[in-house]
Design a protein around this ligand. Structure first.
Ligand code: ZN
Length: 56
């Protein structure tokens, strides 16, 4: 059990991505055509990409 909590800590989604504008990118869950979709949106310039890595 101790190992599980240790793994949970290292794999927790605490990665921070930043847009070229300097804003922080937040992950959002939206519904599109009845499907759940995850998108990445910049807090500052409201740019939206499919993945946080697409901002680079
Ligand atoms: Zn931005």
């Amino acid at each position: 059990m101790a190992q599980i909590s240790k793994n949970a800590r290292t794999s927790s989604a605490t990665h921070h991505f930043y847009c070229p504008c300097g804003g922080e990118i937040k992950m959002k869950t939206i519904f599109e055509n009845g499907k759940v979709k995850n998108i990445a949106e910049c807090e500052k310039c409201k740019r939206v990409e499919r993945r946080p890595s697409d901002f680079k």
